[in-house]
Design a protein around this ligand. Structure first.
Ligand code: GLU
Length: 306
């Protein structure tokens, strides 16, 4: 595709010789809870241990799901936990022109089409979209935009989980890039911004393992080198209560972050020391950067913590 926005340099330089660039990309649909703190911490420590940059991107592309004040509250919590980002925070709500340009370029190359299918219709077809609208040449109005998925990547090597294989049918689906209601889809925004921010390492929760296959197919469509992905287990509570309310030791308290920070390190399989509880946040973070061992992270997709 014409590189309207993406520098060709990205794919020309082998990953090993480039500076590590990682990121944390929360959606402001709520406050940071213990589960998202773990993802923030893991991505931060992995970046800093490798002398890399750590960026924060606020994924605010879904206004109906956004909680007022959540973006600022997330940033305040990250700072309270000593997770200081490099470079300016990127807000996806400011990236509209870029997303539209990519959609335009894809349409020009006949790599997208409009789709009118409802959820109910797809469910009736077995839960996976079967390409019903592909040849209908439907108009843009009130319809979603789907990618013609030529790659259907369903396997990748994860830095933490090892070889991951996703459902073949799901991986081959022509997935949505822009929704019927006019909102940009997560898959479009996340890939365009990972390219735009030159991200080469993505450490995040296992709830995003399956979407990774689609993102790899989309990177391939855009002829861009994907980042290396590493997925940490997600924290869940057997009872389904909010994690931050479940266990006082792990509650997110910006004024006294040590207990949650130490609990997060333990969750990630990292070494901790008794005296840490009395150390400053900066001391704990510096210690954790130095002693970070990616291979100690449990190779499981979920850990029940309460
Ligand atoms: N914004 C997504 C979320 O909060 C994460 C995106 C990503 O890390 O790729 O679940």
């Amino acid at each position: 595709m014409p590189n309207t926005f993406f520098s060709t340099e990205r794919s020309a330089i082998p990953l090993a010789t480039k500076e590590y660039r990682g990121r944390f990309a929360p959606s402001p649909s709520g406050l940071l809870h213990f589960g998202s703190l773990i993802a923030a911490l893991a991505s931060y420590l992995d970046a800093k241990h490798h002398h890399g940059k750590w960026l924060v991107r606020i994924e605010d592309i879904d206004p109906p799901r956004e909680k007022i004040g959540a973006s600022q509250a997330i940033l305040t919590t990250l700072e309270a936990f000593g997770l200081h980002w490099d470079e300016q925070v990127l807000y996806q709500s400011q990236q509209t022109q870029r997303y539209n340009q990519v959609l335009y370029d894809l349409a020009t190359q006949k790599l997208t089409y409009h789709c009118q299918c409802t959820r109910a219709q797809i469910k009736a077809d077995g839960g996976i979209y079967q390409g019903r609208c592909k040849t209908l040449n439907l108009p843009k109005q009130n319809n979603a935009i789907r990618l013609i998925n030529h790659f259907g990547i369903n396997q990748f090597n994860d830095l933490i989980q090892g070889s991951v294989t996703c459902d073949q049918a799901l991986a081959q689906e022509d997935f949505i890039l822009k929704r019927k209601d006019g909102l940009f889809a997560y898959q479009l925004a996340v890939v365009v911004d990972d390219i735009f921010q030159d991200i080469n390492h993505v450490i995040r929760g296992c709830d995003l393992l399956e979407p990774t296959a689609r993102q790899l197919s989309f990177f391939a469509t855009l002829k861009q080198t994907p980042p290396q992905y590493g997925h940490i287990p997600v924290a869940s509570s057997a009872q389904g209560f909010k994690l931050s309310k479940q266990n006082k030791a792990q509650a997110i308290d910006n004024n006294h972050p040590q207990p949650a920070l130490i609990a997060a390190l333990v969750f990630l399989g990292q070494a901790t020391e008794k005296e840490m509880i009395n150390a400053s946040i900066e001391e704990i973070i510096n210690w954790a950067i130095k002693h970070w061992q990616r291979d100690k992270i449990p190779k499981t997709t979920e850990i029940v913590i309460a």
